[in-house]
Design a protein around this ligand. Structure first.
Ligand SMILES: [Zn+2]
Ligand SMILES: [Zn+2]
Length: 292
């Protein structure tokens, strides 16, 4: 995955800017190395033509729902094995949960695609209960283990997408919730999916989680001074929040994924105000000591 090399460079650059996070966020570096070693050769690619893709988007359907990928378990091992190892080091409980996950994986008790939010049975509760693993942990494994093959899967479909075809809070490719917001040079608000790397736009004053459009109940926390350009957009109806960056003031910001990983202090600010995050993050699994 060529993209992994530039993500690794961005990540190194971010840690140089925020050295205090180097130890606590070490897991992400190991994940990026696994992504860099993984070869997309032979991994499935969605071969739908532009009309097929657009027809789904016009109906408001994310592509994955009508074209679920069939991933080869063995081909994913180089992504999952190092990830499970890193995560198991978080604690005894996680270690045990992940060995149950690994055993079920080896025995073929679930297909890799059953991990995907858009294809999970009963919203993922069934798998999480069968395996005895918290939904947060299953989701975290999914997001970090399946990103490279999902990027490969949607590589051709991306070209068919244009923002005017889609007007929803969820990812037009994989149904994932947005994990980061990008205010572009043009002032447009882009939502970024950490699961597949998809991007789409919705209005500035709109909650992507519950569709609330009332400015009175939409809260925007803007960082100041050194952190100028970073923001947290939250909804006081559903209490969901989304971190983001305004590239008009923060022109040198890294990609959405790297900026999301590298700003756990903004997650803490949102959590302390009682807001929740829709996509998995290390901070949910290993909260700082004063919150544990
Ligand atoms: Zn997506
Ligand atoms: Zn909301």
């Amino acid at each position: 995955m060529d993209a992994a090399a530039s993500l690794i460079a961005e990540w190194e650059d971010l840690l140089a800017r925020r050295p205090a996070f180097r130890d606590s966020l070490g897991l992400y570096g190991a994940v990026l190395e696994a992504w860099g070693r993984w070869s997309p050769e032979g991994s499935p690619v969605l071969r739908w033509g532009p009309e097929h893709c657009r027809e789904r988007w016009e109906r408001g359907v994310s592509l994955i729902v009508e074209a679920p990928p069939t991933f080869d378990r063995e081909a994913l091992e180089p992504l999952f094995a190092p990830l499970l190892e890193e995560l198991a080091a978080l604690g005894e409980e996680e270690g045990e949960a992940l060995s149950r996950f690994a055993a079920a994986w080896d025995e073929g008790r679930f297909a890799p695609r059953e991990l995907l939010p858009g294809l999970q049975k009963e919203g993922g509760r069934a798998l999480s209960e069968t395996l005895g693993i918290s939904p947060d942990l299953v989701n975290f494994v999914t997001y970090l283990g399946l990103r490279p093959p999902l990027e490969t899967y949607f590589a051709e479909a991306r070209a068919a997408f244009s923002p005017d075809l889609w007007d929803a809070g969820a990812c037009p490719f994989c149904t994932g919730a947005p994990s980061f917001g990008d205010i572009g040079e043009d002032g447009k608000r882009w939502l970024c999916c950490a699961l597949c790397g998809g991007r789409w736009t919705i209005g500035r004053l709109r909650c992507p989680f519950c569709d609330n459009r009332d400015a009175k109940t939409l809260t925007r926390l803007a960082a100041e001074d050194q952190e100028e350009g970073y923001l947290v957009e939250a909804c006081d109806l559903c209490r969901g929040y989304l971190k983001g960056v305004d590239r008009r003031t923060r022109w040198n910001a890294a990609s959405a994924l790297i900026e999301d990983w590298g700003t756990p202090h903004l997650d803490l600010i949102a959590r302390r105000r009682g807001y929740w995050r829709a996509t998995p993050s290390l901070i949910q699994l290993a909260p700082p000591l004063d919150e544990a």
